[in-house]
Design a protein around this ligand. Structure first.
Ligand code: F6R
Length: 591
């Protein structure tokens, strides 16, 4: 959460940094600000509010200078106020710092620095960095040396950039457990939490290792290790699709990402079969297999668990990444941990994988973003290949994750090719299901927009789709929703069903059909309004969301798509911004 960007070069920095912040808004959007060094002055403008509002209100675009840093915030320490917006400065106003992450020992450092006479102007953890730098810079040392000297004092996770009037003309950046990537277009350099921020200018990137420091000045770049010795880095080439950041004809990124899923599926299938076969063999040979993930990625993992069991006859467990550490005692060398994360930087997943690695487990990650922390830590990486997902709510990445689990499970029985061709056949179905149901979903969103609760039911492999459908709805329309195995309804939740309560029943004509339908009838006889997501019509449904008839194990992929669209239209009917839901950020880099 929070996006940081720095630009150092020959062009006016403010325009570049503002454009970059627009691309980073998915990481946080409650406040924004930029700082620029120009003619012996450090100019900082910032405020609470969405980037566009802050740009206009504070005149961010007017800041002169070509050494510029910027920030878009998702509040963790301190309320959403102008004072807490980044960049932060020291007592003298000669240093600017932008930060992503959490300084866990900030209270102790704040007490110590206050005791030494420092005056704090915000409630953030970040501000301690600026004051620590201030003390050290007084001795006339280079900014990078000062950064290296204070970093051992910081506990927690961070990526931060610093610029100072005492060593002008440069930006110094460093990271620990949070992403930071440099863009090269000499003599212009960019540095950000995500290469997407500067991908219109360059696709040549260099990544930083934990505790490494980078120094950018116009025409010059230098990497230092934690001891201050120079290091040599490789330039990597970023795939062109990662520069794409336009909504095209769509009013929201979420709608675009839902609509483009047929193409995305086609890209996801482009995988190296040999790698899949090797990974599948490791999974089959392991003493135990644990899949770990958060949010939507965890629901994809739950579908994966059924696929591993049904196709590969391989039982595995799915452990919520935030709980993984509590099971770490039973992880060992014979364990394969499959970590699933669109961003590849979710703090809980990264922590879980660290614990797994410490126990010598083999780590396989399924990620979307290139150059992510998780990918770097893993023994094998499978990429989703679904391009940047900008809307906060996961849609196309979820479908890609399902496709990867499907391919992996069939690789366990040496049938990768067969699975890939089934998925090719499915691409058109994901579009068809949208065409069939669009008008009914719009109608439903108008009819049900004032409902306070939704329940989503399904059985077997589709149970996780019920949870995913409910999560989408909660996230972007702020309606309470619960997904559960249909059989669980009568063990408590049935008490909450009242006349008119919407109950979405995922009821494909497969081995779960009759029992799921019976559960729908139980809810209907208490007055529920039944929305049946099925390829088989029934008079139990008050509304029928028709899905195509597909192979049993592919139903999750066609069932989830209309549920994403239902959530989208409900958000719109309720006047919510589906791309930027309140209190959420796409990359959750704090625990
Ligand atoms: C749901 C959503 C979140 C993420 C979760 C994990 O729409 O976007 O629940 O799925 O934060 O994120 P990744 O997959 O990046 O680890």
């Amino acid at each position: 959460m929070c996006g940081i960007i720095g630009y150092c070069g020959q062009k006016p920095g403010a325009a570049i940094v503002i454009e970059a912040l627009k691309r980073l808004e998915y990481r946080g959007y409650d406040s924004a600000g930029i700082a620029s060094l120009c003619d012996g002055r450090l100019l900082i403008k910032k405020d609470a509010g969405k980037l566009e509002e802050v740009v206009h209100k504070q005149g961010l675009a007017e800041l002169p200078g070509n050494v510029t840093v910027g920030h878009t915030r998702w509040a963790t320490h301190g309320a959403v106020t102008q004072a807490n917006a980044h960049p932060h400065s020291d007592c003298t106003g000669r240093i600017a710092v932008v930060h992503n992450g959490i300084i866990e020992n900030n209270q102790e450092l704040r007490r110590e620095l206050t005791g030494l006479g420092h005056r704090f102007t915000s409630d953030t953890d970040t501000e301690v960095i600026a004051h620590l730098l201030e003390d050290e810079l007084k001795n006339g040392r280079a900014l990078e040396q000062v950064v290296l000297s204070i970093v051992p004092r910081l506990e927690g996770s961070y990526a931060f950039l610093a610029a100072s009037l005492d060593d002008p003309g440069k930006i110094v950046g460093t990271r620990k457990n949070n992403p930071l990537v440099v863009g090269i277009d000499s003599p212009n350099y960019y540095i950000s939490s995500d290469a997407l921020a500067f991908s219109t200018y360059t696709n040549k990137v260099m990544t930083l290792d934990d505790n490494e420091v980078v120094v950018l000045s116009p025409g010059r770049i230098e990497f230092l290790d934690a001891r201050g010795s120079k290091t040599v880095k490789q330039v990597k080439q970023l795939d062109h699709s990662w520069a794409e950041n336009s909504r095209g004809i769509y009013p929201h990124f979420m709608l675009k990402e839902i609509m483009e899923q047929a193409d995305v599926l086609g890209q996801t299938i482009q995988q190296d079969q040999k790698t899949f076969n090797r990974i599948a063999l490791d999974i089959l040979r392991a003493r135990q297999v644990i899949i770990t993930a958060c949010g939507s990625s965890r629901y994809a993992a739950l579908v994966g668990r059924y696929l591993f069991s049904k196709v590969g006859k391989r039982f595995c467990d799915v452990v919520m990444a935030s709980e993984f550490g509590y099971f770490a005692d039973s992880v060992d060398k014979g364990t394969v941990v499959v970590a699933v994360s669109q961003s590849g930087e979710t703090a809980d997943v990264v922590e879980g994988v660290k614990a797994a690695k410490a126990a010598e487990a083999q780590v396989i990650s399924i990620v979307n973003r290139p150059n992510s922390i998780l990918a770097d830590m893993s023994d094998h990486v499978i990429y989703l290949n679904c391009g940047p997902e900008i809307a906060v709510a996961a849609t196309k990445s979820f479908l890609s994750q399902l496709a990867i689990f499907y391919l992996l499970s069939y690789a366990m029985v040496s049938s990768f090719d067969e699975a890939a061709s089934s998925l090719i056949g499915l691409c058109g179905e994901t579009t068809r299901v949208l065409d069939w149901n669009k008008s009914e979903l719009i109608r439903l969103s108008e009819t049900l927009k004032d409902s306070s609760d939704f329940y989503y039911l399904a059985r077997g492999i589709n149970f996780a789709i019920a949870s995913e459908g409910a999560l989408k709805l909660k996230e972007i329309s702020y309606i309470h929703a619960e997904g559960m195995p249909a059989g669980e309804l009568k063990h408590g939740t049935l008490a909450l069903i009242e006349p008119g309560t919407p109950v979405v029943v995922i009821c494909p004509a497969d081995y779960t059909f009759s029992e799921t339908l019976s559960n729908a009838i139980e809810a209907k006889s208490r007055g529920a309004y039944i929305i049946g997501v099925s390829d088989k019509e029934s008079d139990v449904y008050d509304s029928w969301i028709r899905i195509p008839r597909v192979e049993e194990l592919l139903y999750p992929m066609v069932a989830v798509v209309p549920l994403q669209l239902l959530a989208y239209y409900l958000a719109i009917s309720r006047g919510c911004d589906p791309d930027k839901p309140r209190n959420l950020a796409k990359s959750v880099t704090v625990k």
